[in-house]
Design a protein around this ligand. Structure first.
Ligand SMILES: Cc1cc2nc3c(=O)[nH]c(=O)nc-3n(C[C@H](O)[C@H](O)[C@H](O)COP(=O)(O)OP(=O)(O)OC[C@H]3O[C@@H](n4cnc5c(N)ncnc54)[C@H](O)[C@@H]3O)c2cc1C
Length: 416
């Protein structure tokens, strides 16, 4: 293992040398080609993945005073992998309204036999991915480096730029769960859906869904307007079913151009949220809701939960093992809701199309919609943002080797 400049200094010296501003813009260090210099260092908290889950973890550590490093193979906000639709309450709660593009009070669902227009008890919004990531990153205080994560040995994460050692590690790398122990399950065997969309120029007033088996036997199509862009795509719950042709067909049927493709695998089953001393949040833990494939607010929700646990460890309020146990239980406590959604995901494709149309019409009553969508939002409600403490800055950073509460408390009281 190579020894970097950084790791020859003590954690305390590095912390003192570093400007510390809880709300400062993270320092960027994108390295490409020959400028991609070796990156070998240690840190208190290593967050792998700088998208929704990873940035939510970092946000909760802004006041911790810890040496937090976020790594991602791309710049923060560079690669969008989603239609970027979210309950507006989440944007408001996290003060991310500047990313908001368009808000919808209704959901329009088309089937071959009917079109229903559901008035939602709360609104849904589309947002700009890059702006949201920037705004969320601004709420953290961390160092950012571009690096591709290849794997790990214990608490050492191997990247294409070198090895990083950390007291606490978070895998927020998405469905691949790169840092999980053992061989990862790959599609199509894994419990994954697949989604693909195009982003043509265009505009619209409605957030629309197609449950139409001529596009996809098990899944749905969508068109989410976002200002002067439409996000039109198809998702299949069956990973063996290819969605490129139906995506092109849906876009063509809507007289939209088939340009700017983006797609990914989407997990539809919860996985262990902790493993081998690591924390997993977002798609890496299967935190994407089955049936709707809504995974942004849940990635934020579980990311915040991880951040709060880590913050308590760094503040000397609990041990790492306690934090792992608490977070694992917290994630598992949502299992019933995820299983219920998965049951619906399996049921809907089996309902004959005419009956489905009838059922959708029956559900149009305000009372039912308020009840159903109210319960749906309760899975990862935006009030969770304000439920957690934004703690006052601690006087001293807790180095990685001091991650047991007694030693951390002793170190705090030693500060004049
Ligand atoms: C086509 C499509 C449309 C979708 N639309 C919506 C929607 O409208 N609303 C919604 O709520 N959900 C939607 N989803 C689901 C949603 O995108 C995901 O659930 C969500 O992005 C999960 O967030 P995350 O932070 O866990 O993972 P990701 O957003 O996938 O972030 C993972 C991060 O890790 C980085 N990374 C991955 N591997 C490595 C590596 N080896 N080394 C370094 N970095 C790495 C990536 O660059 C990325 O920044 C959609 C999904 C798809 C595929």
């Amino acid at each position: 293992m190579r020894v970097s400049e950084d790791s020859r200094t003590s954690p305390q010296e590095r912390f003192q040398a570093r400007p510390y501003h809880p709300l400062a813009v993270p320092r960027r260090a994108t390295k490409r080609g020959i400028a991609r210099t070796p990156l070998e260092r240690d840190c208190d908290v290593l967050i792998c993945g700088g998208s929704f889950a990873g940035l939510a973890v970092a946000r909760e550590l802004a006041d911790s005073g810890a040496d937090v490093l976020v790594i991602d193979r791309y710049e923060i906000g560079e690669r969008q992998t989603s239609a970027c639709g979210i309950p507006t309450g989440w944007l408001e709660a996290l003060d991310l309204q500047r990313a908001l593009q368009q808000t919808f009070g209704e959901l329009v669902i088309h089937t071959p036999y009917t079109t229903v227009r559901y008035r939602l008890p709360w609104t849904f919004s589309t947002f700009d991915y890059g702006t949201l990531c920037e705004a969320l990153a601004d709420q953290g205080a961390f160092t950012f480096e571009t690096a591709k994560v290849d794997g790990r040995s214990g608490k050492v994460v191997h990247t294409d730029r070198g090895d990083i050692r950390a007291g606490m590690i978070v895998d927020a790398l998405g469905w691949r769960r790169v840092l999980g122990a053992g061989e990862n399950v790959q599609p199509p065997e894994a419990l994954l859906s697949r989604g693909l969309e195009v982003h043509p120029n265009g505009s619209g007033d409605d957030m629309e869904i197609w449950i139409d088996r001529s596009y996809v036997p098990a899944g749905y199509g969508w068109s989410f307007p976002a200002g002067d862009e439409l996000r039109i795509g198809v998702g299949s719950f069956d990973p063996r079913f290819h969605v490129r042709e139906p995506t092109v067909r849906l876009a063509t049927d809507l007289s939209a151009e088939t340009v700017r493709y983006q797609g990914n695998w989407i997990p539809h089953a919860l996985r262990n949220a902790t493993e081998d001393g690591l924390f997993f949040a977002g798609d890496s833990a299967g935190h994407c809701l089955p049936l709707t494939a809504e995974g942004i607010r849940t990635a934020l929700y579980f990311g915040l939960a991880v951040g709060r646990e880590l913050s308590d460890v760094l503040g000397g309020r609990r041990s790492v093992s306690d934090a792992l146990l608490r977070y694992s239980r917290f994630s598992a406590s949502n299992a019933r809701a995820f299983e219920w959604m998965l049951r619906c995901q399996r049921l809907v494709p089996r309902v004959p199309t005419r009956q489905l149309a009838g059922a959708l019409r029956t559900m149009e009553s305000k009372r039912f919609l308020d009840w159903a969508f109210g319960h749906y939002l309760e899975i990862a409600h935006p009030r969770f943002v304000t439920a957690g403490p934004r703690r006052a800055p601690v006087a001293v950073r807790v180095p990685a080797q001091m991650l047991d509460p007694a030693r951390a408390a002793a170190s705090r009281s030693a500060v004049p």
